[in-house]
Design a protein around this ligand. Sequence first.
Ligand SMILES: *[C@@H]1O[C@H](CO)[C@@H](O)[C@H](O)[C@H]1NC(C)=O
Ligand SMILES: *[C@@H]1O[C@H](CO)[C@@H](O)[C@H](O)[C@H]1NC(C)=O
Ligand SMILES: *[C@@H]1O[C@H](CO)[C@@H](O)[C@H](O)[C@H]1NC(C)=O
Ligand SMILES: *[C@@H]1O[C@H](CO)[C@@H](O)[C@H](O)[C@H]1NC(C)=O
Ligand SMILES: *[C@@H]1O[C@H](CO)[C@@H](O)[C@H](O)[C@H]1NC(C)=O
Ligand SMILES: *[C@@H]1O[C@H](CO)[C@@H](O)[C@H](O)[C@H]1NC(C)=O
Ligand SMILES: *[C@@H]1O[C@H](CO)[C@@H](O)[C@H](O)[C@H]1NC(C)=O
Ligand SMILES: *[C@@H]1O[C@H](CO)[C@@H](O)[C@H](O)[C@H]1NC(C)=O
Ligand SMILES: *[C@@H]1O[C@H](CO)[C@@H](O)[C@H](O)[C@H]1NC(C)=O
Ligand SMILES: *[C@@H]1O[C@H](CO)[C@@H](O)[C@H](O)[C@H]1NC(C)=O
Ligand SMILES: *[C@@H]1O[C@H](CO)[C@@H](O)[C@H](O)[C@H]1NC(C)=O
Ligand SMILES: CC(=O)N[C@H]1CO[C@H](CO)[C@@H](O)[C@@H]1O
Length: 829
Amino acid sequence: MTRYVGGSVFLSLFLFLFLFLLFPSGLSLSSNQTSIMINLSRLLNNSALSWDVKKQPDPCSWKGVNCSSDSSSVIGLSLNGVGISSSGFLSLVCTIESLQYLDLSVNNLSGSIPHSIGNLTKLNTLILSSNNLVGEIPQAIANISTLSRFSANQNGFVGRIPSGITRHLRFLDLSYNNLNGSIPSDLLSQSNLHTVDLSYNQLDGLIPEDISQSLVRLRLGSNLFNGSVPSLFTLNHRLTYLELDNNSLSGVIPGGLASCRNLALLNLAQNNLRGQLPVALGNISNLQVLKLQFNKLVGEIPVSISQLHKLSTLNISWNSLSGSIPSTISNLQSLAHLNLQGNYLRGSIPDSINFMDFLLELQLGQNQLGGRIPTMPVKLQIALNLSSNLFQGRIPNTLSRLGDLEILDLSNNKFSGEIPSFLTQLGSLTQLILSNNQLTGIIPDFKPWVSVNTSGNVGLANVTKTNNSPEFMKKRKPLALAVILAIGAAALVGGVVLVVAVSFSRRFHRVNDQQSQSGEDLPLSQVIQGNLLTANAIHRSNIDFSKAMEAVADPWNIVLKTRFSTYYKATMPSGASYFVKKLNWSDKIFQLGSHDKFDQELEVLGKLSNSNVMAPLAYVLTVDSAFLFYEHAQKGTLFDVLHGKPGNASDWGSRYSIAVGVAQGLAFLHGYSSGPILLLDLSSRNIFLKSLKEPLVGDIELHKVIDPSKSTGSLSTVAGSVGYIPPEYAYTMRVTMAGNVYSFGVVLLELLTGKPAVSEGTELAKWVLNSSKQQDRWDHILDFNISKTSLAVRGQMLAMLKIALSCVSVSPEARPKMKSVLRMILNAR
Ligand SMILES: *[C@@H]1O[C@H](CO)[C@@H](O)[C@H](O)[C@H]1NC(C)=O
Ligand SMILES: *[C@@H]1O[C@H](CO)[C@@H](O)[C@H](O)[C@H]1NC(C)=O
Ligand SMILES: *[C@@H]1O[C@H](CO)[C@@H](O)[C@H](O)[C@H]1NC(C)=O
Ligand SMILES: *[C@@H]1O[C@H](CO)[C@@H](O)[C@H](O)[C@H]1NC(C)=O
Ligand SMILES: *[C@@H]1O[C@H](CO)[C@@H](O)[C@H](O)[C@H]1NC(C)=O
Ligand SMILES: *[C@@H]1O[C@H](CO)[C@@H](O)[C@H](O)[C@H]1NC(C)=O
Ligand SMILES: *[C@@H]1O[C@H](CO)[C@@H](O)[C@H](O)[C@H]1NC(C)=O
Ligand SMILES: *[C@@H]1O[C@H](CO)[C@@H](O)[C@H](O)[C@H]1NC(C)=O
Ligand SMILES: *[C@@H]1O[C@H](CO)[C@@H](O)[C@H](O)[C@H]1NC(C)=O
Ligand SMILES: *[C@@H]1O[C@H](CO)[C@@H](O)[C@H](O)[C@H]1NC(C)=O
Ligand SMILES: *[C@@H]1O[C@H](CO)[C@@H](O)[C@H](O)[C@H]1NC(C)=O
Ligand SMILES: CC(=O)N[C@H]1CO[C@H](CO)[C@@H](O)[C@@H]1O
């Protein structure tokens, strides 16, 4: 079912509804479209607003209102995210008996659902998600025999779920409410059922044994269910997603689950499950995500787990597992996230771990592992955590290969010897935790963006100060080195010309696929082609390709590293500065198939013109890299400004302007005339600031040039940064507009709370969603330094929090479109 809202009538609909708040008695909706029109036009007969109704007098032609073609009756109403808040509105709508489709999600509807909802006997879809509705879910809904989808998630509904509610439904979503009591025994057994989401309520008792054969997705997480995991799941062959996490389930994991051949996601984390991991789990051949953390499982990790060839996430942390890590674990060739933290695992890490080519994250902390540390898989990126184990001896040299690694935690072991200087060369490292070991010597000089913790090493001389403030643009280049580089650069200018001439004759696709060096220390890259994209004459005359290639040859010009790219600051002969972003071409993740295609994609992006979008101005292709040129953003990234030095962007005015700017940029990209431009990785690290009020959305080309299928297993490992990845990416494997809205919501939350997207291992979005369930706690979510400034600021922040919450809705359907988000933000002022 498509959404009808959008386009220019949006604003007028919103304004009409706004007026409706002011004159609530002035409107009546009925099934007679003429009367809707007359009444709306009366309300809108205001010089500022009347244009729309005059231009489009027929409400059936408005987006948001869908009339059937053969009669005058309204059959669909989709007023998603338009700010309706009157408690009487639903009662009015319930008189439009012709309605088949009703979407009032993301408004401020209050009161309860009227019993007259049962009068809408033609209703097929009813979406009331993300409002302030309270009271019980009326029994009358169970009587609407045409109803196929009912979503009322993220409201304040209480009481029991009425029996028979799924008699006709295929899709039911009542998550994030305060429903209590037990699940009606017939709820899960109805033969049409496809998806049921009751997570985040206070439902208790047992999970019914009688479960429909047609069920594909069942989410019952974060309730108070007790008893055991129903064994009747075993007959269910369609079940693909099963989430029962964060309840009080006890007993063992039924081995019979293995007959659910289609199961792709199994989440039983945070329960009281006991006993061993069933050997039969190894038979669920489609399993991609297995989460069993925070239970009371014992025994060894069964070798059969190694048969799960599609597994991308395995989390069995915080149990009481013993024995050693099976060496066959390296058969899990799709595994990207392996978390075995907090168990009693002994012995050494198997050497075969080196062959896990797609492993991005390895969490082995809090075990009793020891012995020699084997060579780690070179792709490790998110984290390598060996903390709180029994490792000793020197920090192994093999770690020097981990050029993509962002977090290395070796704390609470018995490592001795000096801190090896190769750690300072790990180009992606942002956090290094070496505390509580027996390290000696001096602390080498780390790059300014690396946070280093060396506390609790008594033998470590406190000579070199560690530099862990992420200062953007600042570089401390020793004078002597500067002179040498200057001389070297002069020599290289001549070199570039020669190299360009030679390499023009080379075919582009003769890229060496084996090459996996980061390339920073390589000599000047061989230029194949340089092209100006921008039409702006100033940039065209400023940009000097050889000067830029000189700049990128000097690591001191690195200002930022992100997941896929390295940013350099290049100062042109004219004195103007630009960002030059290097994409590591030799990484197979980039679609190098056709160099012409890359050209074309960039040509399109180069034409984008929006003051909040960082469009490429020019590019240079070399044998192993692509370099993109961008406007230089004086203030660095939003991440640095928010979470770097205190005192930056500490006024609400700046933060609000940044929110508006980013929303504008995204709404522009999503609404782009020749099809939406999606962002692969939206986070505060790729939002740049020209000033503290002018953001630029960066990395817009990634979705075009990265090929997730060539990457590490699942899309969720490529698409986005941890903390910004919408939950559905784990199984939809598709970058969507709704996914971008989620990531934007996380950025809004950063602006509102001042906290980073992940802190202390918790995702900000999850923390806020949980904390926001009690309205009286909303104040505690906000950044107090800012909300304390005035009541008006506090009010605006609360209004923005509401918008952010709708953006990070667990259900992608419940998230507003970027355009509505922008409008809501503009209205929050
Ligand atoms: C709709 O309203 C018009 C004018 O008020 C009236 O003539 C017409 O009969 C009504 N139609 C229906 C189906 O009620
Ligand atoms: C709208 O306003 C104009 C004058 O501004 C008036 O002439 C007209 O009658 C009004 N129409 C309605 C439906 O109230
Ligand atoms: C109106 O609703 C019908 C049935 O729900 C749907 O098939 C049709 O595409 C909708 N029309 C528009 C313009 O959205
Ligand atoms: C939403 O409605 C509640 C009352 O139901 C009101 O207190 C609150 O201010 C409204 N919020 C917005 C953003 O309109
Ligand atoms: C609509 O529902 C209400 C309450 O359930 C009922 O009193 C009323 O008669 C119904 N209206 C129609 C037209 O059926
Ligand atoms: C639902 O329908 C049944 C029979 O069709 C009827 O007995 C019952 O009163 C209805 N319930 C409501 C709440 O309308
Ligand atoms: C369920 O919630 C309702 C309304 O909040 C409350 O009156 C009732 O006591 C609760 N029942 C249980 C079993 O907690
Ligand atoms: C677990 O469920 C409880 C109750 O619904 C909730 O308050 C809590 O936040 C949940 N925890 C997690 C980690 O989701
Ligand atoms: C589940 O909890 C209920 C109370 O909420 C209790 O009466 C019942 O005995 C519990 N059942 C099991 C199997 O623990
Ligand atoms: C798992 O699969 C193997 C081989 O197909 C079979 O022999 C075994 O019985 C299966 N185990 C379970 C519990 O289904
Ligand atoms: C180094 O000195 C600073 C302050 O002088 C102190 O805070 C820090 O703990 C010392 N570090 C070590 C490893 O002794
Ligand atoms: C034509 C028509 O139905 N007009 C209605 C507009 O709204 C007023 C107030 O609710 C009604 O009294 C009119 O009948």
